[in-house]
Every structure is written in C-alpha cells, then in structure tokens.
Design a protein around this ligand. Structure first.
Ligand SMILES: [Mg+2]
Length: 210
C-alpha cells in the first residue's frame, strides 16, 4: 500500500512566519504582551509552543480569543502568502509517484483551501483537517487514521514544530521534521524526529526510501 503523507500547513507548506509575526505584533497591545523583535524571534524559535506562551506572559484564558483573532487576520493575508520554495515541485512529485497526501492544521480549513487554490495545489490533497487545539495534534491524527482506516505504519507526518514531533510520536507515526519553518534545527533535533530535513527536495528521498 502506498503511504499517506500528512503535512502541517503553516511553516511547512506555506511560508507564513513573517505574516504571523506581523499579525501577532499588531495584536500585542490588545492582548497585553510585548511585540516580537527580530532578536526575540530567534529566541522564540528555540522554544516549544508551550514555552512560547509562558515566555510571552499572555494569560492562558486569552489564548482561545487570540488564536481566533490571528486566524481571521491571517485570512486577509492569504493572497500574499507564498509556498516554501521547492515545495510545489516536491508535492507534485510525491503525487505523481502515487502517494496519498493530506493536511492537518491548526489554521482554518478555509484559509488553507484558499491558499492551495491560489497556488494550484488543491487537487493534490485528499483531505484537509483543521484542529482547534493549540497543544497537540495527536487526537486529530488518531481520528483521521480511524475515519480513513489507515494504519499508523502507513503514515508519515511532515511538520516544522516540536509539537508536530510530539504529536506524531504519541500517535505512533513516523515524523519528518523540516528546518525551514518556525522551530530552529537544534530544538527540532533535540526531539529526535525520525528524519530532519532542510529542503523540500529531500522529502522525495526520505519518503521513497523510508
Ligand atoms: Mg507549522
């Protein structure tokens, strides 16, 4: 059976870091945290999602409102976002080789679909699932596998954050961590992903050999 490759969206397929930082900085006063300077961004990239929140000092109670606001503000930026260089080619190649492709994201399904359509990538994906939890994708990964009757050993997850590695390990699926997104290569390596790659072209090698 051909493997199912599940992708994270933000930072993995789409280059959303600058847009995300701009939105988060614009909402700083309203939500009571400090704006992120370029120096601070490199500190944050070495932290897990949990530690980013701790570091920011934002009230946990405000987070659901912040997440909702960030998603709706990001919506206006979708037409300006670009895929990670080399990602379109890698996705087409994987699809051509017969792999099944899907997305699990904490962004909204609407935002992801709009981006994929604009960049002529929507037809490559069999499913897009959106999860509301900011701390873990394990539940949603498990639900997708159950619904689609896919065995964990036939799945590979591709993501750019330490929480993607954690979620995949908990769901007993293989994880390819990518260094072109949010978290730094060092912090990703510490979480011991099955593979750590630096360019989308490496996806083909790892997936066809793995
Ligand atoms: Mg991501």
């Amino acid at each position: 059976m051909k493997k199912v490759i599940i992708f994270d969206f933000d930072g993995t397929i789409a280059d959303t870091l600058d847009a995300m930082v701009a939105v988060v900085n614009r909402l700083a006063v309203e939500f009571g945290y400090a704006q992120i300077s370029p120096e601070e961004l490199s500190i944050l990239q070495k932290l897990s999602a949990r530690d980013v929140i701790r570091y920011s000092g934002i009230s946990v109670l405000k987070i659901p409102f912040l997440v909702k606001k960030v998603k709706s503000e990001l919506k206006t930026k979708i037409p300006d976002l670009k895929p990670i260089p080399g990602m379109q080619e890698a996705l087409y190649e994987l699809k051509n080789q017969g792999f099944r492709l899907g997305i699990i994201t904490s962004n909204s399904q609407e935002n992801v679909l709009e981006f994929l359509k604009i960049n002529q990538l929507d037809h490559l994906f069999e499913f897009i699932y959106s999860g509301v939890t900011i701390f873990g994708k394990t539940t949603i990964i498990n639900n997708v596998l159950r619904q689609k009757q896919i065995k964990p050993e036939n799945v590979i997850y591709v993501g750019d954050e330490t929480r993607d590695i954690e979620a995949s390990k908990k769901a007993n699926i293989k994880i390819i961590a990518v260094t072109w997104g949010f978290n730094s290569p060092e912090v990703l390596a510490q979480q011991k992903p099955d593979y750590l790659i630096h360019h989308p072209q490496e996806l083909i090698d790892v997936i066809t050999q793995g």
